[in-house]
Design a protein around this ligand. Structure first.
Ligand SMILES: [Zn+2]
Length: 352
């Protein structure tokens, strides 16, 4: 078997400090485990929260959870149909026991669910083959890593508004980064009859997203009062749904007021990781609005996401704007640029 005994892995050793690359022993998979040879990993904003110490993740750790790779070695209870050399995207909300949620396909709510990190290394041990979604046939494998979190979380968020909106309603998407651009695409796919308002504070993010998805209105919230702009666009009706990929107290208090009665506010972004303040009771009571969280998506959702990408119904390739190599300098630049808000779309680190 052409597997080295050691491989290179990138570690967070101290919060906010540069990552370091070290040799680690390459694990040998047993039972249902699979050793995946990494093709690429995406860097997610939650990786930056962990890096800064905001997510209280114990160190040292190998970050990143958007992973695509090739099956390198199989444990002896991995079935025939999982083939050596096949490509797969990792579903990182792993769980150890089936329960009433997993049986309904709501795997992200499994009682034993844990977010599994460790993508930023040449080989990653996958705890069970069922968390691998075959990716063969995807046109651009290195660009496909973000399907495992960014595209999936946006898919989960859009599913939450799907049955809440009617033709000609307005939907606002706050934050047009990696997830926001996927959300615009999912809205076009699932509720194409609504009017979409895309909002960001970066002109270049607005321009970038409009090159990938054509939306009805764009608002630069650093240049104009977004609440007023929404009022004008919707002729005072407000939006039926907001999907908030920023998730700060500021975005929540600004945009919840733009909802029409019985509207829905989907929170996805983690900016309020240390606490979130709700606006006045009356805002919520009078509107009878719904505030719903979104925790990525389910394993069945990931099958859908990969399928859409494979059939060319989801543009995941142009969402990736930077492809870094796996070395300390480029990895640290990638983290720094995401932290500083300089990244458009998604960036990936490519191993092969
Ligand atoms: Zn993520």
């Amino acid at each position: 078997m052409n597997i080295r005994h050691k491989h290179k892995a990138a570690f967070h050793k101290e919060y906010g400090k540069p990552l370091v690359i070290e040799d680690v022993i390459t694990p040998i998979p047993k039972d249902e485990e699979v050793l995946l040879k990494t093709i690429s990993v995406g860097i997610c904003h939650s990786d930056v929260h962990i890096w800064k110490g905001e997510a209280s993740w114990p160190l040292p750790m190998i970050p990143c959870h958007e992973v695509i790779g090739r099956v390198a070695v199989k444990g002896d209870r991995v079935p025939e149909n999982v083939r050596i050399g096949e490509t797969a995207i990792f579903y990182y909300a792993v769980y150890t026991e089936e329960d009433k949620y997993t049986r309904r396909g709501l795997t992200q709510h499994a009682k034993t669910m844990k977010h599994y990190m460790g993508g930023l290394q040449e080989y990653i041990l996958i705890p069970h083959y069922k968390f691998l979604v075959n990716a063969d046939g995807l046109k651009d494998l290195p660009a496909a890593a973000p399907l495992g979190c960014a595209a999936l979380s946006a898919y989960g968020a859009v599913k939450k508004i799907r049955h809440e909106v009617e033709p000609d309603d307005y939907v606002a998407v706050i934050g047009l980064g990696g997830l926001g651009i996927f959300a615009l695409q999912w809205i076009k796919t699932f509720v194409p009859q609504v009017n979409i308002i895309g909002i960001d504070i970066r002109e270049e993010a607005l321009n970038f997203s409009s090159r990938i998805v054509k939306v009805d209105e764009l608002i630069n919230a650093s240049k104009e009062d977004p609440a007023k702009a929404i009022e004008n666009i919707t002729r005072g009706e407000g939006v039926k749904a907001v999907i908030d990929f920023v998730g700060s107290s500021e975005t929540l208090s600004t945009y919840i007021k733009t909802l029409s009665p019985l509207g829905i506010y989907v929170l996805v972004g983690l900016a309020g990781i240390r606490g979130l303040t709700l606006p006045s009771s009356f805002t919520i009571l009078d509107l009878e609005c719904k505030i719903q969280g979104n925790s990525m998506g389910s394993l069945p959702d990931l099958y859908d996401v990969v399928d859409f990408a494979r059939r060319g119904r989801l543009n995941y390739i142009d969402v990736v704007t930077k492809r870094w190599r796996f070395n300390a300098e480029e990895i640290n630049t990638a983290f720094k640029e995401l932290h500083e808000g300089k990244v458009l779309g998604r960036q990936v680190i490519v191993f092969e």
